[in-house]
Write a protein that binds this ligand. Sequence first.
Ligand code: B12
Ligand code: SF4
Length: 473
Amino acid sequence: MAAFLRENSWPGKIEIYDARLSGNITKFSNGDIVFGDLDEVIEQRIIDSAPDIIAISNMFSWQISNAFRMAKIAKKSCSNAIVVIGGPHASSFPEETLKESGIDYVVMGEGEERFYEFLMAINNKEVAIQGVLGKIEDKKLLKPNKKVPISFIKKLDDLPLPAYDMVDVDRYMKLQSNGFSPRPYEWGKRSFTLLTSRGCPHQCVFCSIQATMGYKWRHHSPDNVQKHINLIVEKYGCDFIHFEDDNFTHDPERYDEIINTLIKRKKKIRWDTPNGIRGDTWTLERVKKTKESGCQYLTVAIESGVQNVIDKVVKKRLDLKQVSKLMNYCRRVNLRLNAFYVIGLPGETKEDILKTLDYALTSYKKYNVTPCINLAKALPGTELYENTVNNHLYEGELKFKPNEIITNEFDPQWIAQQYNKFQRNLKIIKIVKFLFSPNFYMLRVVYEKFRVILALNTNYNSAPRKNKKLGTA
Ligand code: B12
Ligand code: SF4
């Protein structure tokens, strides 16, 4: 968004503040832990900047209460400033979000063009903007809009590359090397996240991507991706890329082109797909090239070991036979493969869940496909959320956390038991595998885990709890 404002000669001054960047960890006497700056520091930072507009980004619904707290702090520190919020949660619940004190406007969906239009509208005192919901009725200024269908950026290549120069890249790298990274097991020394496309035409019941990125898959051209990679490699020393697209392989030919440019690089860049890829569209040749281009591992989103659950419960439109082929190809090419599964969805029977866990363990034993089991989470903007709320499939308050769903078949306690049993069995198989064929990869995973635990335990400040419970930031 900052890059977009700058490229379009927005006349204001932009400052980016990431309250986590200090890396301070404060453990309060009541057990709460805060990573990053404490409220007092944030407040002072805002006062020092004296902004006219404060734009808050919130990525995860389960952390939305922290974003609301930030909005209150923002208003308190700078009462004349206009406070705007965006991100996946606000995009799914714009009207509810707007009711929170401290928030003046909600920007739904992608923010680059819309935030620019919004700022220009404020300058020019224009009327309503599609996708912006406002509380302030300042005469002719933006009208409070009802929930409007929002548009998405048509050509991603029209966006400028991110404004890396406006953040302290080295500081992020330093935190990463101390074990604080969004992807805990970093294989590179300077890892960057890249999205080469946005959106996904599939409609898996639990996935909330359409709220911010839409059903239409939009992409950067391979040339643009190469330009982006050149920038982060040449200027910022990137040596590892996490491709975090929602659906990286949606257009296999475009994927091939990106891979080919990676193959041609003189100095190879290592990369992975930690956000998950689809299990179709793979050929042996494509997997070979993927490995050749520097890929360290793929993560495939299988979701269930039961085809009927994939078709009727998850609604993923994925054929397990295609997934088996991918497993086979990866084994032949010796490319590591991880897999995402999800259990605890309404419509699953206990038997389905046990079959999925069994499928996950068997795939690990047979093909070395490392499983990652997710417990269903009813995220705003999803069919799963509607179903969970409309049929009241939970107890108390929904917190957008894993394993809150109750059906006639199972409850969170049963799911947790199966999950724990699965993890124990997995651990045993991992140890046996390691004893029979010790390898560097497994040692590295253990080392990385140890590093994260060590980092968390050596960096604590402690403080008496002053306010009421804050939760983590
Ligand atoms: C990378 C990523 C991660 C990384 C984040 C690393 C980091 N700190 O950067 C990690 C690995 C930590 C992660 C973890 C999880 N993630 Co994640 N993640 C993503 C992913 C793939 C990309 C994020 C991104 O960079 N997007 C690109 C930018 C351009 O998009 P954006 O952030 O949404 O911002 C745009 C708009 O939202 C808007 N906007 C945002 N803020 C603001 C503010 C203002 C003022 C304005 C005007 C506009 C605006 O404009 C931006 C530009 O267009 C997204 C999916 C996606 N495609 O976005 C999921 C996503 C954010 N993750 C999601 C989830 C569910 C999770 C997990 C809970 C998964 C799990 N099972 O554990 C965990 C939670 C971890 C935690 N710590 O709590 C969901 C969140 C949904 C929700 N409502 O909560 C998403 C949307 C994926 C999905 N398919 O539903 N994730
Ligand atoms: S889970 Fe993956 S395939 Fe399904 S809608 Fe989300 S991004 Fe698309």
